[in-house]
Design a protein around this ligand. Structure first.
Ligand code: AMP
Ligand code: MG
Length: 530
């Protein structure tokens, strides 16, 4: 635990375990996606290569259900990078049928729509049945590289699992999920991807009347921790084993075979989850609703609701206005991940030994601590590990916190820190009200850089490659949402998506998008209604 004295503190809970629209110009899209050029096998909407393996699992795993279409669906945004991942010809997005086929108004040939069953721990309490209440898995598309991508329609209408919900999603939340999936991808953080948003004229009731929309998101799998939990709690151990065999066979084939296969699977999921949450901590992002039904078995960031990127460094950030006790605050995420991995280990206990169950959260913790330390070391531009690095890191985070310094911008500007020219360090120093506090830290940072004979230009290049200039700040998303919902102007969605797909690039013409929130945005409230 030596590495881990920085923000990922493990306070074990005692709870029971439990400006352009690219689609108006397909040529521009091709240039944005060089990978498209070597894609030999482009397909039409009618010839997507569906391979619906989940629908071959026992009937108890899902419900076959057709989406409930909008009367007048229209395209809000299409993401060319995701189009490429399923081998779809980019021109297909220009066809009038695109919105109808992707939103269930007309059947997508080869798709076999299902809603999947799962349960999960929500805010610490086990809820015996959740399931896809508004998401419909249209099917899995196999691309020419042999990868398969779930096409999942979120907001596609009622299913057997809708409980009190209406099966719908609103344009506001759909834009947030669409953009953040691609922003995380740009940051190199494992995530579901976003294919498109389909808009409608349908009124959907939330705190107020909003406009309905659907998101088509993609992932190699949307199986969650909770998909395993439901069969454990129902004591359906045959189904549990079938699910484990399916997930391992499709997504963890490198694990091979052997008597300890399930344990190695559990341990890999634990390590992936640790590595994922280390990345969230390092980039300053809070998920907001880390229930076990929102935890991906592949270690992806899954289900973007009331998430938040930090502006000023705030360890106690609780992005979900409805999370009154702050269970899912930024600083609690490492603990909650631990808790969630224990829940998964317990769910897999019929398949693995007691020691394996206990080992899973340990592996999670070890991985998270090591990954977080490495990531923060890189953010500071350090290539070696010296005694005192941990304290150097903790001290700067404490200063960022007490001075409310913008987390993203601080690390970006620290890349310009000069070892020879103190005047070059004025911009970073100016981020702090407590200038002396910064000087105290900067003297030690300077000594530390010299101790590893750091070369400024090389360090800056390294730091720029891991300290993003642009993140999806809440106010940036809010501008895109307001233009879309009030004026049906979707251009800001595309602008943000393109910007955030290259968050480490300077993109000087977009400098304004790196600014901390303006005054009007200080009090944006994000709840879990979506
Ligand atoms: P979430 O908080 O979005 O992760 O959703 C938790 C559970 O509630 C999942 O089973 C969702 O499918 C379900 N759910 C959320 N919103 C709706 C809705 N509008 N209609 C039906 N089910 C929903
Ligand atoms: Mg969810």
């Amino acid at each position: 635990m030596a590495h881990c004295s920085s923000p990922p503190s493990f306070r074990r809970t005692q709870e029971s375990i439990p400006p352009s629209v690219p689609w108006s110009n397909p040529g521009a899209c091709l240039r944005l996606c060089p990978a498209l050029e070597d894609n030999a096998a482009m397909r039409t909407l009618e010839t997507l290569n569906f391979d619906n393996t989940y629908a071959r699992l026992p009937a108890a795993f899902f419900e076959r259900v057709a989406p409930t279409a909008f009367d007048t669906p229209h395209v809000v945004s299409v993401n060319p990078e995701a189009v490429d991942l399923i081998d779809l010809d980019p021109d297909e997005a220009l066809r009038p049928e695109f919105a109808a086929l992707l939103s269930g108004k007309a059947p997508l040939p080869g798709s076999e729509p299902i809603a999947t069953l799962y349960a999960g721990h929500q805010f610490g309490h086990y809820v015996p049945q959740l399931g896809d209440g508004r998401a419909i898995l249209l099917g899995e598309v196999r691309n020419h590289r042999g990868e398969t991508w779930d096409l999942q329609l979120k907001g596609g209408g009622l299913t057997r699992f809708s409980r009190d919900g209406d099966g719908r999603a609103v344009l506001r939340s759909t834009i947030r999920e669409y953009l953040c999936g691609e922003a995380m991808q740009g940051l190199g953080i494992p995530t579901t991807r976003s294919l498109c948003i389909i808009g409608s004229d349908e009124a959907v009731m939330r705190e107020r009347v909003e406009t309905g929309a659907m998101l088509v998101r993609m992932a190699p799998s949307h199986v969650r921790f909770g998909t395993f939990e439901i069969f454990f709690y129902r004591r359906q151990y045959d189904h549990l084993r079938t699910l484990a065999d399916y997930v391992i066979g499709r997504h963890f084939p490198h694990l091979g075979d052997g008597p300890d296969l399930y344990a190695r699977f559990l341990h890999e999921v634990a390590r992936r989850t640790g590595a994922l949450i280390a990345r969230w901590q390092a980039v300053g992002w809070a998920h907001g609703v880390m229930n076990t039904d929102n935890m991906s078995i592949l270690g992806l960031t899954l289900d973007y609701g009331p998430y938040g990127f930090m502006d000023g460094f705030t360890p106690g950030l609780v992005p979900n206005h409805s999370d009154r006790h702050g269970r899912y605050s930024f600083q609690n995420q490492p603990d909650i991940g631990y808790w969630n991995v224990r829940a998964l280990a317990q769910a897999l206990s019929p398949l693995v030994g007691d020691e394996d169950v206990l080992r899973a959260p340990e592996l999670y913790e070890e991985t998270l601590c090591r990954a977080y330390a490495d990531l923060m070391q890189a953010k500071l531009g350090l290539t070696e590990v010296h005694d005192g690095d941990d304290k150097l890191r903790r001290d700067v985070l404490a200063l960022l916190h007490s001075n409310r310094v913008d987390y993203t911008n601080f690390f970006r500007v620290l890349g310009r820190f000069s070892q020879d020219d103190p005047s070059a360090n004025v911009p970073v120093r100016d981020h702090f009200l407590d200038r002396e506090g910064f000087d105290w830290w900067a003297d030690r940072y300077l000594a530390r850089l010299k101790a590893e004979r750091s070369v400024d230009a090389e360090r800056q290049a390294r730091m720029d490659a891991c300290n993003p200039k642009y993140v999806l700040r809440n106010y940036l998303a809010q501008v895109a949402i307001e233009r879309a919902t009030q004026h049906m102007d979707y251009s800001e969605i595309d602008r943000l998506r393109m910007l955030l797909s290259h968050p480490f690039d300077d993109q000087p013409e977009m400098n304004d998008y790196a600014a901390p929130p303006p005054d009007w945005a200080q009090h944006i409230v994000v709840g879990c209604s979506s």
